[in-house]
Write a protein that binds this ligand. Sequence first.
Ligand SMILES: [Zn+2]
Length: 315
Amino acid sequence: MSGRVCLYSGEMLGRYGFPDGHPLGEDRQAAFLREANARGLDKDVSIVVAPRADRAEIERFHTRSYVDRVLHAEGDGTEFLDNGDTPVFPGVYDAAASVVGAGLDGLSRVMTGECRRTFQPIGGLHHARRDGAAGFCVFNDLGVVIETLRMEHGVRRVAYVDIDVHHGDGVFYAYEDDPELIFADIHEDGRFLYPGTGHAHESGRGTAKGTKLNIPLAPGAGDQAFSEAWTRVVAHLRAFRPQFFVFQCGADGLDGDPLAHLRYSPQVHAQAARSLCHLADEYAAGRLMAFGGGGYNRDNLARAWCGVLRELVSV
Ligand SMILES: [Zn+2]
């Protein structure tokens, strides 16, 4: 698979979903794969099934006590891992550890050159904090990947780019004072949408001031507003010459998402992916991992993510 794009999918990843009509249901992976196969994209990628992460790997980002809480949640009869958004479901620990495992396997293959880039449709759980779940996110696979880049690969200067409609608060606040985590996030204004953060003035703390770019958009904003914001994202990334690119491409900013109020077309996701592939080629020896993130209208997530995957394959 040398130089191929690796797509992470499989039964265990498909189980990361909540029951009883929860917006993040178990059917999202299948909805994406149906569209990817219909477009013939499956022929252009290597499909990889990864082992789940072990707890030492998960604890690169998360606290030991939180990992324990998830591990014992079913046995303890815990109903929610947070204040009500993220319910415990059968197999929750294994499913969440599988999402992290896919991220780590992808990272390892990108670093050895076995994969050129990866797409992790069931991944990008950007709300989870080091010590807790939040917003449908149990373990923060993105945070574990970032920690592993530093600890195992000596890669310090990492770009984290997030176009999910929600602010990537779990990543932002974990690295708010880290000057080598180059952060750029376009999202619906927190005055109107969960999690309520990501204000333009939040640009990093201390020596990290200026390394974080938050761009809130007003409800109803569409492709034109995104394009203008994206120009700022590219300038921000170029200023810091990142050594690795992490891309969270949540599809919940598309017109018709049931949880949010932006009005992107799927072109937004393709445009961002294409642009990041070029930047990764220029600064990071091509090293880029893309994560699906949110997206609750199944047709929308299928179209947006297939657009991303097409760019990852062809740029
Ligand atoms: Zn989201």
